[in-house]
Design a protein around this ligand. Structure first.
Ligand SMILES: Cc1ncc(COP(=O)(O)O)c(C=O)c1O
Length: 401
């Protein structure tokens, strides 16, 4: 993989070749192929889908629905199992609001973890509160990992839903999800998987995983902002009620009755996110072209170098030394993560500091927040050099107070 060639696809590196963009966990950069595709839709078409009886609208509809096919193929799903949403948060909420509100009853149990992003955990906290169900947490091991053994301890005949992350946005650990899904299914429970940090970084096959739902966002995987996906097994989507009503999702509407279209359309109310879906499909093609083997390899390569260098600096606390993905969470002893972040910015290094919308795990780590560096395939060794230089400067600068 020729990183320098790949970097030519990203305008930010042309404008600032020194930019060390290490905040990919928050959002990735977008290559020109994706921007051009979105641009093409707006310039040539820019009209609505599913409604217009003219050529421009037919073509826009074709592009929108072809995008669904591309994205379905990308994760080995069926066309009708791909619901377009605004992002992972909306997808995760849709499952809780629809499936959770209709199929969870008093006394049922929902299993989640302290590794969840707020968007994965909070919707189920709300469902459990409203439906008088019990929210149970898988006890994390001493590294903060989810283990199958700990899952078995909370799984019971009352378990109806497992709401769990595939890759933690703070710790970067990969959940042993296949075994968890198998065990959950043996109890008749469904598994809703937060794939926001997984789908951009590893090849996902929903059929092989056998997950019931998978949520992810376009903007973390080279796609536009404002588009996300909810994958759901068709029979589940079919029995779920929509949570938003109105244009495009209705089938027949009378004074005393209303019916809805079949999935995925019954969940896509109003004018859909046309440009977003088209852009996300282009992003999927772009990532497939780079190759997930290459993506995994580059992230691991950079991560290993960064960890080795961080370990040499006194006072650096790394929370996830053994993580499998390109996420490093750490702190510099005695320095607030937000203070440290300002020094990174002065060095053209983009990182994130804070609780990363995952307060359960920062509480578990007994800290107010962490500094997080998160890599993607377009990062290179020079980015790590700048990053390490910034860590040393932050330590020197704030350490002297
Ligand atoms: C693990 C995880 N889940 C869910 C989300 C929510 O994604 P979005 O803000 O795109 O809806 C994020 C975003 O950071 C995340 O990292």
């Amino acid at each position: 993989m020729d990183i320098n060639k790949i970097r030519e696809d990203f305008y930010q590196f042309k404008d600032n070749p020194n930019l060390a963009y290490l905040d990919n966990g928050a959002s990735s950069l977008k290559p020109k192929q994706v921007i051009d595709k979105v641009d093409d839709y707006y310039k040539r078409l820019g009209v609505n889908v599913h409604r217009g009886v003219y050529r421009l609208s037919y073509e826009a509809t074709d592009m929108y629905e072809e995008a669904r096919t591309t994205i379905a193929n990308f994760i080995n799903a069926k066309f009708e199992e791909i619901v377009f949403t605004r992002g992972a948060s909306q997808s995760l909420n849709l499952v809780a609001q629809s499936y959770g509100m209709d199929f969870i009853n008093e006394g049922d149990e929902v299993i989640t973890t302290e590794l969840e992003h707020h968007s994965s955990h909070m919707p189920w906290f709300n469902v459990c509160k409203k439906k008088k169900a019990t929210l149970k947490y898988i006890e994390l091991d001493k590294e903060g990992r989810i283990t199958v053994e700990a899952f078995k301890k909370v799984l019971s005949d009352k378990t109806k839903v497992v709401a769990i992350t595939y890759v933690s946005n703070v710790m970067g650990y990969i959940t042993p999800i296949k075994e968890i899904i198998k065990l959950a299914h043996e109890k008749g429970a469904i598994v809703t998987l937060d794939g926001a940090q997984a789908v951009p970084h590893m090849k996902i096959d929903v059929k092989e995983l056998d997950c019931d739902f998978l949520s992810f966002s376009g903007h973390k995987m080279c796609g536009p902002t404002g588009i996300g996906v909810l994958y759901g097994k068709y029979d589940l989507l079919d029995k779920m009620d929509p949570i938003e009503f109105g244009g495009d999702m209705a089938d027949t509407v009378r004074r005393d009755s209303q019916t809805y279209k079949v999935p995925p359309y019954k969940f896509e109310t109003g004018t859909p996110i046309i440009a977003g879906a088209i852009g996300l499909a282009e992003a999927c093609k772009y990532l497939d072209n780079i190759g997930f083997d290459n993506i995994v390899k580059q992230e691991k390569y950079l991560r290993d170098i960064a960890i080795k260098e961080l370990e040499k600096i006194d006072g650096v606390i790394i929370y996830n030394k053994t993580a499998e993905t390109g996420i490093i969470s750490f702190n510099i002893e005695g320095i607030h993560p937000h203070d440290a972040a300002s020094v990174f910015d002065n060095n053209d290094v983009c990182i994130r500091a804070g609780h990363h919308c995952a307060q359960l795990i920062t509480t578990w780590l007994n800290t107010i927040g962490t500094i997080r560096a998160s890599f993607y395939f377009y990062n290179r060794e020079e980015d790590i050099d700048r990053f390490i230089k910034a860590v040393k400067e932050a330590k020197e600068f704030f350490g002297s107070f």
